[in-house]
Design a protein around this ligand. Structure first.
Ligand code: NAP
Length: 312
């Protein structure tokens, strides 16, 4: 009977319990403040786990993120780095992200904010229209989610490019690939819309900054669906004021929930969504956790284990 702890400093993890019990009726689930004997816990499912707690679980075999990213776990300075740390990789999560990113690109490129303003006053007013093929969308991060978005945007006619750490063979048709710091400038110079789908690591923190904005085509649209800490918020406001950027669609923030007094809410150039670009199905979290634990107990390494040296 597996013993699984659901750990978070910021989220009530009870919503996960029914899915775990459905997949494993005998499971010993530990939640909340009293986790019982710590030496019985085999796996920990985490979203911002309390710092230092994982290091106190002597029999822990698996640290499982309930999300695609693991930055909320690697932020723990006492993370036991010898243990496998797995993330969720789920086709449905990619489908949700594709829908969000396509919507965000189209919303700006087809001038929907102007149509919403016209509709509010009953005005039949056409905006200029250019075909998707003349709009260049760049995706920073060509992983599971970035690749899915690149493919979807190319399929509806956008001119798509992507940037990753390593070179990519077999990119979807119509997607141009760039990689590494040496090709970053060339990549950015062709992004009328830039989508950030990077993992948050020490290398990518603050990636969306003044220097980067100045390298984009003037008036570019920024979509951040990565993490809040990818963005230097003050640099974004300055780039919008200078006209380097025309708009931003933001789904992730350093402080979540974004406080009501935050300047982004009231800025008509910025569209805020509350970290909803995509979600992980609870059943998938339960299934992948239990599968990963079973694999480890057979001495096999799960395919979704991250490389802690790379940070993703
Ligand atoms: P992934 O499969 O690990 O892919 C990460 C991509 O980023 C890879 O292409 C990687 O390059 C590239 N990359 C990493 N570090 C880089 C660097 N220093 N320079 C250039 N490229 C770099 O991740 P994923 O599953 O697509 O998820 C991406 C992120 O999306 C997650 O980490 C999370 O932060 C965010 N996310 C947000 C939401 C939301 O609702 N807003 C939901 C899910 C996920 P290589 O291919 O060369 O390794």
């Amino acid at each position: 009977m597996p013993c699984v702890a659901l750990l978070s400093d910021v989220l009530d993890m009870h919503y996960l319990a029914p899915a775990f019990r459905e997949h494993c009726p005998d499971i010993d689930l530990r939640l909340g403040k009293d986790l019982g004997p710590l030496d019985q816990i085999d796996a920990a499912v985490c979203w911002y786990p309390p710092h230092g707690l994982l290091a106190q679980l002597p029999q822990l075999q698996l640290v499982q993120s309930l999300a695609a990213g693991v930055d909320h776990i690697t932020a723990d300075p006492q993370l036991p780095r010898a243990l496998p740390l797995c993330r969720i990789v789920d086709p449905e999560m990619a489908t949700g992200m594709k829908a969000y990113v396509c919507w965000a690109v189209i919303h700006q490129q087809r001038q929907m904010p102007a149509y919403l303003a016209s509709a509010a006053v009953g005005a039949w007013r056409e905006q200029t229209m250019s075909p998707p093929g003349r709009h260049r969308v760049g995706i920073a991060g060509l992983g599971t989610l970035g690749l899915a978005c690149a493919e979807a945007l190319a399929a509806i006619g956008y001119s798509v490019r992507g940037w990753s750490r390593s070179a990519k063979a077999d990119l979807p048709p119509g997607v141009a690939g760039f990689h590494g710091d040496a090709q970053l400038g060339e990549f950015l110079s062709g992004c009328d819309t830039l989508v950030c789908l990077l993992p948050l690591t020490p290398q990518t923190q603050g990636f969306l900054n003044a220097e980067l904005f100045a390298r984009l085509p003037r008036g570019a649209h920024l979509i951040n669906v990565g993490r809040g800490a990818h963005l230097v918020e003050a640099d974004l406001l300055r780039a919008l004021d200078r006209g380097e950027l025309s708009a931003a669609t933001l789904d992730a923030f350093t402080q979540e929930p974004l406080p009501p007094e935050h300047p982004f809410w009231a800025d008509p150039r910025i569209l805020v969504t509350p970290h909803i670009a995509t979600r992980t199905d609870v059943s998938v979290i339960a299934q992948q956790t239990l599968n990963n634990l079973a694999l480890l107990q057979r001495g096999e390494r799960p395919g979704t284990a991250v490389d802690l040296d790379r940070g993703y």
